[in-house]
Ligand binder design. Sequence first.
Ligand SMILES: Cc1cc2nc3c(=O)[nH]c(=O)nc-3n(C[C@H](O)[C@H](O)[C@H](O)COP(=O)(O)OP(=O)(O)OC[C@H]3O[C@@H](n4cnc5c(N)ncnc54)[C@H](O)[C@@H]3O)c2cc1C
Length: 275
Amino acid sequence: MPGGICRGVGVGGHISGGGYGPLSRRYGLISDHLYGVEVVTVGRDGSTNLTVATRDGPHRDLWWAHTGGGGGNFGIVTRFLLRSPGSDGSDPATALPAPPRAVLTTRLTLPVTTEDSFLRFMRNYLEFFSVHRNPGNRFAGLYAPISFRPTLTGFGEMLILQTADEPDARARVEEFIATVTEGVFPGPVIRPLTEQSYPDTVANTYYAGAPSDRRVKTKAAYCGSPTRPNNSAFSTAISSPPPPSANRKSNSCRSAVLSTRSRPIPRPHRRATRS
Ligand SMILES: Cc1cc2nc3c(=O)[nH]c(=O)nc-3n(C[C@H](O)[C@H](O)[C@H](O)COP(=O)(O)OP(=O)(O)OC[C@H]3O[C@@H](n4cnc5c(N)ncnc54)[C@H](O)[C@@H]3O)c2cc1C
């Protein structure tokens, strides 16, 4: 699945909030592959209903709400039904995207640098992904999240993952590195490329050795337009501010955005990084 690979993230909030990961540049968000949800909703009178909402069924709005509207806003999901668009589910081999045969991994560490050089680096990085942004582009198999914090050897670190299925996968990584580091002085330190299966990459590369109970209070939400023009219930919820007494939770995407302003994280968790 093209979702995130961080430990401590559960499917409940991740799929409902959209969810992206190393394979998303090729396969989209994890919610793009959400065919349906079995969800418990609560009526105005407090009664509960168990509904199966699918992308082609009678409760399409409720399914759509779970493809990026954020967890905890519409009901309690008891089952996620996963099937890619275009599949009727009859062939498990094609119901979901095929995982890559293997993944190339390296890390790029940016030493402390001048402001000009830093800006050059960021411009190179953003322009690269601006050029290679369309579905199916030559670098759709490349995922390179970057984080900045002081370390022993530098202050910026980029994890570079490239699916190894393409015959010139190594050359693509080299081309990417050459592009983002062009004109950057001093140059970055690059670790040797390793090749592992996707599960081993997940297990050994991301947060290797980190405690598995790392949690932060974050809520993902990606608000898009309803796919049906007359989706009045949701467009009202998103566009009108709630009355002062209203519970923020009832305001779909807006409440998801508000709740990303998390409380300060206690010190031991400050070292945690988000992808
Ligand atoms: C270390 C870390 C790394 C991350 N990396 C990524 C990443 O790479 N890509 C990415 O897209 N996001 C990433 N995220 C964000 C993550 O996807 C969201 O925080 C997501 O909401 C977490 O879901 P959860 O179920 O684990 O969290 P929770 O805090 O348990 O849930 C989040 C919200 O969803 C609700 N919820 C949970 N389960 C259900 C359910 N079954 N039915 C209805 N509502 C439910 C909860 O009530 C809550 O409101 C990361 C988060 C962390 C902490």
